[in-house]
Design a protein around this ligand. Sequence first.
Ligand SMILES: [Zn+2]
Length: 322
Amino acid sequence: MRKKLSLPDSIYRGRFSPSPTGPLHFGSLVAAVGSYLDAKHHHGIWLVRMEDLDVPRCVPGAADDILHTLGIFGLQSDEPVLYQSQRTEAYKEALRRLQAIDAVYPCACTRKEIADSALHGIEGHVYPSTCRNGISQGREARAWRARTDQYPSPFPLPPSPIEFNDALQGRITQHLESEIGDFVVKRADGLFSYQLAVVVDDAFQGITHVVRGADLLASTPRQIYLQQLLELPTPAYMHLPVAVDAQGEKLSKQTLAQPVENNNAASTLFDALVFLHQQPPVKLGQNTVEQILEWAIANWQPDALLNCSNRCPSSKLENTSN
Ligand SMILES: [Zn+2]
C-alpha cells in the first residue's frame, strides 16, 4: 500500500513573543502554553521572540526573568531567542521598501493634533490623513505612516477591506481606512512600530502559525496589509481568549495581575490548561511539569475554545490571582 502523501508536520513554525516590561503573568503564560501546544501537537518548531523594541517601556532584567520562568514551565525555544532590539537594520530595510512604493509618508502631526481628530475607530482616534498629500511648509516630519487608501498603481492594490479566517474567532473583516486610519510604521521617537517589526520578524523566522491572545486580533489586518505591501507570506492565525480577572478586565500589570510564581509550576500549568478548556484530568495536577505538558501536547484540542468568547473569565483564575 502506498503511503498517503501529505505536508510534513515539521513545516509548522510557531512563536511566542513577550514584551519584557515585567515578569510573566498568567495571561502571557496562557498565550505561551497555547502557542507551544499547537506547535508541538503538529510536531512543529516553537520559537521565542523578545519584543524589546519599545526600549523606554522595557524593564532591565525582565527578558531574562521571562525566559527563566518559561524554562520552569518546560517551554524552551527550539532556536536561539530573537531580540527585536537587534533587528533595526531589517526594519529600516522594510521601511525603505515601503517608501519605494509610496505606501508610506512622513507625518508632522503632534499627539495633540491627532487627539483633536473627530474621527473615531476601533482603537480610539483615527488619524485624519492630514499629511497624506505632503506636510505643510515649515513643519518637520516626525513619524512615518502607512497609507490605507488605494494608492496609485503600478503596484497591486491590497484588497479593501482586509479579511482573514481566524481558527477560533472566525471570519474577520476590517476596513483599515475608516476603522484604523493611516497607521504609524516608524514613531516620532525614532522607534519602529510593533506592527512593522512583527511582520518583518514573522517572515524572517518563517512563522507559519501565529497563536496569540485575542487582544491582538484588531492588529492582525494591519499586519496582513503590511505583508501584502512587502510581498511576505501571511501565516495562519489563531487568537486565544484573553485571560481576564473577575471584573472582566484583561490581566496585565495595570490590573495588578500577579506574576506567575515559579515554585508551583505544575499547578499553575494545570490552571492554564483549564483556562484553555483542555479539561485535564484532575489527577494530572499531581504530576510533573514534563508529564503535564506531554499529556497536553497529545490531547491538544483548540476547538474546545470555539464557543468561548474572546474574553474568557476563569473561576480557577480568581483563585490563582488572589
Ligand atoms: Zn500628520
